[in-house]
Design a protein around this ligand. Sequence first.
Ligand SMILES: [Zn+2]
Ligand SMILES: [Zn+2]
Ligand SMILES: [Zn+2]
Length: 532
Amino acid sequence: MECEFSYQSLNFIQGHCLATQIPPEIFINICQDLPPIDLLSLARVCKKFYQYLCSTNSTTTQEIWKNSRLTFLPFVQMAPPEGMMELQYVKLVTERGCQFCKKPRIRKVYWAFLVRCCRKCLEDRTIRLDQVRHHLHSPNLIPDDFLCGLTFTTGFYKSGWDRSPKHRPANLYWIQDVHKTYDEFIKLDVNERKEWVKRKREEGKRKMDEVVKREIEHENEYWTKTMENSKKRDDRASMIDNLIRREKNEYGFPRFKMSIVEQCMTYNKAMMSTSTNSFTERAWIGFRNKLIPEYNQLFTSLKLQRQETERHLSIDVAIQTRQMDIVKTVFELLRPENDQNQFNVQQSSSSSDSNNNSDDVDNKDQINTRVNFVFESSLIKYLPWCPSFRNPPFLNKDPRILWDDDFLMSVLIPQLREEALYLKNYPAPIETVCGAFLHGGFNNKRIFGCKLCNCNSQNPTQLYSFFEIRLHLTKGEHKVRMINDDSMIEVYPSLAKSTNNNTNPGQIFPRNKPEVFFAAGFNCNLICNLLN
Ligand SMILES: [Zn+2]
Ligand SMILES: [Zn+2]
Ligand SMILES: [Zn+2]
């Protein structure tokens, strides 16, 4: 585009372009808020705008670009290099493609030479330090001396990423610069050269410091782009995850168990994809069609494997295993809302006055899960006391036979939900273990005694918290395999209510997941490692 324009051409443009009638002050004002890329397109609109924006001697033009750069290019905050206009500077960092061969998408800027170019063009235009003497036919020359005022980049010469000495990294100099500074150098006599080298060395050091600063600033931009892309990949991955979790089976429960999905090749490939494109509806249909057969096959073979290994379990171990299957399935069903966090068995270790709070939590859960409820997380704490959980309907009355997911989802879990709601709405008496734990709010108070140690004693010698009494029963002298609350545990609710506050809080607390479950009343002592 040319800079000059005639009166006629201005007239012609004005006839067609209302925008050019904008007075300069207002134009400048508009430009204040535009990013460099918009300024560049504005400059292409008409000659007048081009003049405003591409003038080489107007300080206003410089100001417009500088403002835009400082506002919109956070990684190009350094002032332009000596002798470079704001416009050139902005173009260097925002435009893409090799400046020499026009190869597209190149964004690498060599700050030592102030060019944006491809590797090939860099190699064609630069020279290794150790080749300078040969190139200038001057075997006695000390290149280190006469090149010391120049900036350089460190590169691997001639496509050499191999380790041979010929391809070692070397300092690359811009050939034109080498010629120019050589011409300057050889005109000097021997005495002048010493001063010249000293001066150039300082100049070179100062320039290289600046080059390094610019490279770091630009590198930051590169990393930010990389982070943006990795965020896009994350978004894509969570999009896929959400779509999988959204799928429902005929009972309205999630179609896929994530623990199995996570073992599917199709899923893992998608998760490791480097694509930053968003996941389209079409991509999802293709993905789903591949996932389903793989999922079903894996699901069946995992179940067969399990059934084989569990065929020989002893009855009580098998019962606990089935009970934990229920718990696991309930959790799988909760996963779509990602509310494992809301489920907190330890919340029941609160003191009596926080009982109201836990009711608030329940209400909140109900609101959250109304949209997509399967088994509300707030109901999990009632599970250990649900009749169908304590004494589940086993297939052929054999706890060693795995349940079908269909049966769990369509029969057992809905039944358990009813029972849990009943326990919630009709609290058990406070003298029972269930009532004391779920509604008394003093599960961590030492108000539980061991019926096996003191047979029906009115004055227990030793008191425990709920977790402690359960450990006491399964460990030590009793070695109970299956705890049966009310035939083994005595509750002394009056101790917690007495005003002289003689109940001590429990001293032992669960330290890992199985212990948290055990402390919440789940009998998993035969299949999990508990304390000691
Ligand atoms: Zn090129
Ligand atoms: Zn040459
Ligand atoms: Zn005991």
